[in-house]
Design a protein around this ligand. Structure first.
Ligand SMILES: [Zn+2]
Length: 122
């Protein structure tokens, strides 16, 4: 009797640990994805700002109000770096490794066409 009870406890603990591990893994993937999305948004913002700066410098160069060639070259360097960083971030994008069922919210493998829990088309 005692042995059976121990077995049940061990099984339950193992089961709970499995569920917890799985949930943690899923959360990490989703978190990485969100973080990368934010990183890319920040880089795009910087690119936009640098283009604006370059535009202003170009205007003062054309109108002859200032010699902005050196600063324009700095902007070009900065843009090259930013585009490089954006490319790296895009390469690192990890798409969600599962499909969520719209009907029952179950997580299904990426390549499944139907929900394994309720049979709904994914
Ligand atoms: Zn479902």
């Amino acid at each position: 009797m005692t042995l059976d009870f121990d077995k049940i406890v061990t099984k339950t603990v193992k089961g709970a640990k499995y569920v917890a591990d799985k949930a943690a893994k899923t959360a990490t993937v989703a978190f990485d994805y969100t973080k990368n999305q934010l990183d890319r948004a920040a880089i795009r913002d910087q690119i936009k700002e640098t283009y604006q700066e370059l535009g202003k410098l170009c205007y003062s160069e054309v109108t002859g109000t200032a010699d902005a060639k050196a600063e324009m070259r700095d902007c070009k360097e900065k843009l090259d770096e930013l585009f490089c960083a954006l490319k790296e971030a895009e390469k690192a994008v990890k798409p969600l490794s599962y499909k969520v069922c719209d009907f029952c919210n179950a997580h299904n493998s990426k390549d499944s066409s139907f929900c394994s829990k309720c049979g709904e088309k994914l």
